[in-house]
Design a protein around this ligand. Structure first.
Ligand SMILES: Nc1ncnc2c1ncn2[C@@H]1O[C@H](COP(=O)(O)OP(=O)(O)O)[C@@H](O)[C@H]1O
Ligand SMILES: [Mg+2]
Length: 367
């Protein structure tokens, strides 16, 4: 890809603000009081399970849906009542919707020809866009002569060539096989960086959101659960839904109890005592990640300051870099990841083990 040419779109990217959005289809309330602000140049993901309202929210921003209440603001301008073509956005759909009978070049030029730009200008911009996505050499092919990843790049080139102020992507990688998805998400990120183009990326795949995005809005059932950087969300989830959606989470339910003038988390089942500051007594859960636990045979000496749980190995999976143990602790199952070292033996199923958790690695949730 050519680095020396002036980049299109640079500096003209805009932010997006959503204020108090409520949208229903008939009696179904799909988007419920959505407020969020996406900064100019940011790569922002809408992450959530299928049916939570991601596509509807993206289509609302694009102008293909209308909300019953609330505002869509792009840059400084409220666009809630503008049609899609007046919003200066580019959208890439899940199905790329390329013209099968047109060459790559024609597909990319189409939007500019519709706008009746001068031929020289069209050629210049098409070349630039194809160069950006690394397809200049394939510009005379038709879509059916391209791989899935190349078709994806054509769809991207066709969108960025019109120099949108915001790029909207609805699960753009879902038609690709696993390996290609990993490659394309990196390319997408690099392209976005190069253009400094505000990008909203819809996905149900937490890994895709984590690897591409500056910030993520986790959505469930039409409600924004939490907004933050991938690491912020993983380390400090606001609720159980976010904790579980962002990765593997061990959850133990219990209660906050007062003892010695301090508030502790207590579960009779698992006997976890973790000091909790600034909370009053009541029911609560703790969450901890598999990689933050240490697993040893029960007889082994505990590490300093750690909380100990006892159980038996119920199941183990060798995953190459780690062994993931499922340990039965009282009525709970706890997953523990242990980094695998060459030649190390796994603990056998049925073995009595102790699990240690460092209280600092425990996420406390009061629901
Ligand atoms: N045009 C429509 N008419 C009625 N219901 C719709 C329409 N589009 C989407 N829905 C419903 O709105 C909800 C959210 O859908 P969608 O935004 O497509 O979710 P996601 O993209 O997160 O999978 C779903 O329950 C879906 O069935
Ligand atoms: Mg969708």
């Amino acid at each position: 890809m050519n680095q020396s040419q002036p980049q299109q779109g640079v500096g003209s990217s805009r932010g997006v603000r959503l204020e108090d959005i409520n949208l229903s289809f008939g009696k179904t309330h799909v988007l419920k009081g959505i407020n969020l602000e996406i900064e100019s140049g940011e790569f922002f993901a809408f992450l959530g399970p299928s049916g939570c309202g991601k596509t509807t929210l993206l289509r609302l921003i694009a102008g293909f849906e209308a909300a019953q209440s609330g505002k869509v603001i792009i840059g400084e301008q409220e666009v809630s009542h503008l049609p899609p073509w007046r919003r200066e956005l580019g959208m890439v759909f899940q199905s790329y919707a390329l013209w099968p009978h047109m060459t790559v070049r024609k597909n990319v030029a189409f939007g500019l020809e519709e706008r009746r730009l001068p031929r020289r200008e069209i050629n210049r911009r098409v070349d630039q866009a194809l160069d950006l996505v690394g397809l200049l050499a394939l510009s005379e092919r038709r879509p059916n002569q391209l791989s899935g990843g190349q078709q994806q790049r054509v769809a991207l080139a066709r969108t960025i060539v019109i120099e949108p102020k915001v790029l909207l992507l609805d699960e753009p990688l879902s038609n690709l096989d696993a390996k290609l998805r990993v490659q394309m998400r990196l390319e997408l990120r690099q392209l976005q960086r190069k253009l400094s183009l505000t990008t909203i990326f819809v996905t149900h795949d937490q890994e895709e959101a984590n690897t591409t995005s500056d910030r993520i809005a986790v959505i469930n059932d039409g409600i924004v659960q939490q907004i933050g950087s991938p690491i912020e969300l993983y380390d400090n989830p606001a609720n159980l839904f976010v904790a579980k959606f962002l990765g593997v989470a061990n959850v133990i339910d219990g209660a906050l109890v007062e003892a010695d003038g301090q508030v502790y988390f207590h579960s009779s089942d698992a006997s976890v005592k973790v000091p909790i500051n600034g909370q009053s007594a009541g029911s609560a859960s703790i969450v901890f990640r598999p990689q933050n636990l240490t697993i040893r045979r029960q007889a082994a000496k505990p590490p300093n300051g750690a909380t100990r749980l006892e159980g038996t190995v119920d199941h183990k999976e060798f995953l190459g870099s780690i062994i993931r143990y499922r340990v039965k602790v009282g009525r709970h199952f706890v997953l523990v990841d242990k980094a695998h070292q060459r030649g190390a033996e796994a603990l056998p199923e049925g073995a009595p083990v102790a699990i240690y958790l460092n209280p600092e690695q425990v996420i406390k949730l009061v629901e």
